[in-house]
Ligand binder design. Sequence first.
Ligand code: ATP
Ligand code: LTN
Length: 329
Amino acid sequence: MPRVLSCIQPSGAVHLGNYLGALRNWVSGQDEADAFHGIVDLHALTSVQEPGVIGAQTVELAAVLFAVGLDPERATVFVQSHVPEHARLAWLMECTVSYGELSRMTQFKDKTAKGGTEFVPAGLFTYPALQAADILLYDTDQVPVGDDQRQHIEITRDIAVRFNQRYGEVFRLPEAVVPKAGARVMDLQEPSNKMSKSSSAESGIIYLMDAPSVITKKFKRAVTDSENEVRYDRAEKPGVSNLLDILAACTGGDPEALAGEFTQYGALKVAAAEAVVAMLEPIQSRYAELMEDRAELARLLGIGAGKAHAVASATYRRATEAIGFLPAG
Ligand code: ATP
Ligand code: LTN
């Protein structure tokens, strides 16, 4: 079985794009792989600085991961800061990657492009070293990620190759696995942009925990176009195509075939909303139950941390022994 690792930041409420593009695949993949899934709270510290917030969001995200169907018996779900080797290996990674390589990362360039006087944590710059540590600690074969993350997997491989050349074969080289088409959910208000936690209007984002009435309202107000023909054409008709994609993703249908079933935008919006509400209903009720039982959530995360730590500590020890630090007496 291949070892698979993917992670998500507890940096805001989970939305339909996260679910259809990532979480749903994590769930379906848990039988075909030895799956590890991290809630990367250390990474979230690059964007969330108010005290108390990251912990609360971590619990909520954990409840979402179990509610969507990750099974603690089959998949290892853990919190990054519960496994101290992430931060420890990140330092070794920082000494294995160059300033120039980090400077070329598009995510860092994008997030700092605006210039201005905003505080830019150094952690935003060294973020890929921590991500490399996440991946290499688990002898990962495959990393399922969105297209935006490809560069982070490439730099992880470069770091691993350099470390292995310097100190001997310690790390396994991971591969990015980018899901097939249809995994890109667009914003309902600005259908040319992907649905994203950091996008401007709440009305364009369907949160996994939105009430059915809110979901219905957001779909009703979704931006379409001034024609009145239901046709699947991402370039010319991004709004309508996004609705068809969402409907197809929820019902297992094909967006082009589904287009033939509708003559009016209104009916398509209603159908998409109903499909999303029906898909989310069992997830929402499991989420509510889990959030009622914090002790159980803590117990499940404790099991994940134990399994993660067992693997991570062995890899970390291999790395430090290869470097040849003087062992503590
Ligand atoms: P941000 O807006 O802060 O960048 P995000 O909403 O893009 O956050 P991430 O935490 O960066 O979410 O990503 C978690 C996972 O969800 C990643 O695997 C990413 O590829 C996937 N994902 C995020 N947005 C979408 C989307 N609109 N459609 C499909 N997959 C998505
Ligand atoms: N950078 C990723 C989150 C992330 C990750 C990882 C993904 C941190 N560590 C390890 C896969 C493997 C993001 O922003 N989506």
